[in-house]
Design a protein around this ligand. Structure first.
Ligand code: GCU
Length: 675
């Protein structure tokens, strides 16, 4: 469809030359098994084949001549005698191999499990969609993380917190008897990128989701998702024993509370035997938690983990905490609270840490907890929905941001211990690993609120599968599948520069959290009157007559000391810190000389200008694509870029005007004043 509903699974008709090349290699499908996941895989293969080739792919019981695609599992008798690397695939990996079986040239797609095979089929379809050769395949791939989950911040009334793509997909009122076919398409899209779990409900949780009637609805969703290898998870409100159980307390050390959770969790598993587990936001932004009873995060988490353990469930416990009564630099609070608990969490707990220490800003340094809790499974939390990056109307490809964080060196325990390595390496043999992405999905026809935000969903899945993946390669795959190969080059170019442009026109040089109050849309660097100091943008930029920036060195809040000594050394001096983090860690005079030779003030203005200019270039790139992509989607993107350009200009002009009222410096030559 030309409204974006098909996402990257558009399966456009092949050019005749590609078709001619592929046809002898794909003559029939053999899938000697009807288990639900294999059915899902073959249905997808047939759907994709028909759309790309224009006719049905014949399915046969056995291999008959050359060109079979054999969709099967490691234990298949068809594979006897072949030397295939199943040992490398783990539970969810796959291989795609060109082989001769009983004289027939065959493409084998197989995993150790059916879901591995399903992932292999999606990979095979991608090869066709992106025009790759398929005559001599030898692909082996397996996910590096075990838990690859979306976090839906979806409320039971279908409002999505920080959602810019319509209502929640989950139509609780019509469940369980009506299962919207869209749930299946959601599962297909996720499986195509290896996502294997979904937390259906908001971290600011409503205990009602744990009621028996809601569990029946959750069960219905779990049934739709199961063939696609996707487990359901729920958020647990820590005070549920009081709200649902009518107990007087939710103290995790109270035997009645423990018994209530155990019974509740047993009940969930009696309804959904493969339930994934629970996600908890506790003692953060007003949510209840163990600290209400003077207990630690570990005591709270372990109580739930113990109840989940007999069912092999996982408990995800968020490290996103900062408290009103705490005067410590907000950057420091999660580390202060969690790091001393290293080693105190059960094996089935994953402590879920946001990529940066504040809150999903356009740029943050990596969170200091990565590498600092070697005895605790830590999982990454990225935000796919663009709360702080212009909602759905600004084009910002987040792949480059996530790559930057994952590649960052924690130096813990030694050089080369990147954030990716930290999250990939199980703390004990068999311990959980994972990545969560706050979903940008809603009931809009295009799922994500804009065509280009689909790329962020796609990229999240790819990074969760392989945290060492490259943002540009991912963008290229997405662009070719979504916009066609002819458009891919300019689309990738636009994507690759897009996030830096947002950084520049909103919060350049390491500034952060300057968005307007509450909704976080548009500039508000002047805001200073909110109840809690750390909600006010002035808390973050600290601009005064002398200069600008947040001193987080030893002379200041000393948040820097939460990092490894090598990082402290590099970032401790304004001369050696990467300039894109400069004002995150340093308060510097307006006349400080930056690497360009310009003063800090002039550099700041120059960056704001640069950000707006890049949006202008994206508009020009897009204009040149008219006629090369369908008009409906083209026009939508054109309009959104126009919105972005207007708002980037607004950000720039408002920010410069405000900061100039403090710096009292003239605008540098070359700056174009507002029209
Ligand atoms: C941000 C966001 C909230 C959200 C919170 C969280 O602060 O604005 O809406 O609840 O993050 O991650 O818990």
């Amino acid at each position: 469809a030309e409204d974006g509903y098909d996402l990257w699974l558009r399966y456009q008709p092949l050019e005749s030359s590609a078709k001619a090349r592929y046809e002898p290699l794909v003559t029939h499908l053999v899938a000697p098994n009807a288990r639900p996941t294999i059915r899902a895989a073959t249905d997808e293969l047939q759907r994709g084949f028909k759309a790309m080739f224009g006719y049905d792919l014949v399915q046969r019981e056995t291999l008959m001549g050359n060109g079979a695609v054999l969709v099967t599992r490691a234990d298949s008798p068809n594979l006897k005698g072949l030397d295939l690397p199943f040992a490398k695939l783990g539970e969810e990996g796959y291989l795609i191999r060109t082989a001769v079986i009983a004289g027939n040239r065959t493409t084998i797609i197989a995993g150790n499990s059916d879901v591995g095979t399903l992932y292999g089929v999606f990979r095979f379809l991608k090869l066709l969609q992106t025009g790759q050769p398929i005559d001599n395949l030898d692909i082996v791939d397996a996910p590096k993380l075990k838990v690859r989950v979306l976090n839906h911040w979806d409320n039971l009334d279908r409002h999505v917190e920080r959602g810019y793509a319509g209502q929640s997909l989950w139509d609780w009122q019509k469940l369980p008897l009506h299962k919207d076919p869209r749930y299946t398409d959601y599962a297909r899209a996720n499986a195509s990128i290896g996502i294997n779990g979904t937390v259906l409900t908001n971290v600011n949780a409503n205990a009602d989701i744990l009621r028996p009637d809601y569990l029946q609805k959750v069960k219905a969703l779990a049934e739709v998702f199961r063939p696609y290898g996707i487990k359901v998870y729920l958020t647990a409100r820590f005070s549920a024993p009081i709200e649902l159980g009518k107990l007087k307390t939710a103290d995790p050390l109270d035997p009645q509370v423990q018994a209530w959770w155990k019974a509740k969790i047993d009940e969930i598993y009696s309804v959904i035997p493969d339930f994934g587990g629970l996600l908890v936001k506790a003692n953060s932004e007003g949510q209840p938690g163990p600290a209400d009873y003077k207990r630690t995060h570990a005591e709270g988490a372990n109580m739930l983990a113990d109840a989940l353990a007999p069912h092999h469930g996982i408990l995800m416990w968020r490290a996103f905490v900062y408290a009103a009564e705490n005067a410590e630099d907000r950057h420091k609070q999660a580390y202060t609270e969690f790091q001393p608990l290293d080693g105190k969490f059960r094996d089935n707990v994953l402590v879920q840490v946001k990529n940066g220490a504040i809150d999903f800003q356009p740029r943050e340094p990596f969170h200091p907890l990565f590498g600092a809790m070697p005895k605790t499974p830590l999982m990454m939390e990225f935000q796919i929905t663009k709360e702080y990056l212009g909602f759905a109307t600004h084009l910002a490809y987040l792949g480059t941001m996530w790559e930057e964080v994952l590649e960052a060196d924690t130096f813990r325990p030694k050089k080369g211990s990147t954030v990716a390595k930290v999250i990939e390496t199980p703390v004990d043999a068999g311990a959980a690993t994972g990545m969560a992405g706050v979903a940008n999905i809603g009931s809009d026809r295009n799922w994500s609120g804009s065509q280009f935000d689909q790329a962020n969903w796609y990229a999240f899945g790819r990074f969760a599968w392989d945290p060492d993946a490259k943002a540009e390669a991912i963008a290229r795959d997405w662009a070719a599948m979504t916009w066609g190969r002819e458009a891919a080059d300019p689309v990738v170019r636009m994507m690759m520069g897009s996030r830096e442009a947002v950084v520049d026109y909103m919060t350049p040089l390491g500034l952060a959290h300057l968005m307007a109050t509450g909704h976080h849309y548009g500039p508000g660097p002047w805001v200073s009157d909110l109840a809690r100091p750390e909600w006010n943008p002035v808390y973050y930029h600290k601009a005064d007559a002398a200069g600008i920036g947040f001193d987080r060195t030893a002379k200041g809040s000393d948040a820097l000391s939460q990092y490894a000594p090598e990082v402290v050394k590099a970032w401790g001096s304004p001369k050696t810190i990467p300039e894109n983090l400069l004002l995150w860690f340093h308060h510097l005079p307006w006349d400080y000389r930056t690497k360009s030779g310009r003063t800090l003030w002039d550099e700041l203005v120059t960056r704001y200008d640069a950000g707006v200019d890049v949006v202008g270039k994206m508009q020009a790139d897009w204009a040149a694509l008219r006629g090369k992509v369908d008009e409906t989607r083209w026009a939508e993107v054109r309009d959104f870029l126009a919105i972005q350009h207007a708002e980037a200009t607004w950000w720039r002009d408002a920010s410069i005007a405000y900061f100039q009222s403090i710096s009292k410096r003239p605008l540098p030559a070359g700056h174009k004043p507002p029209a």
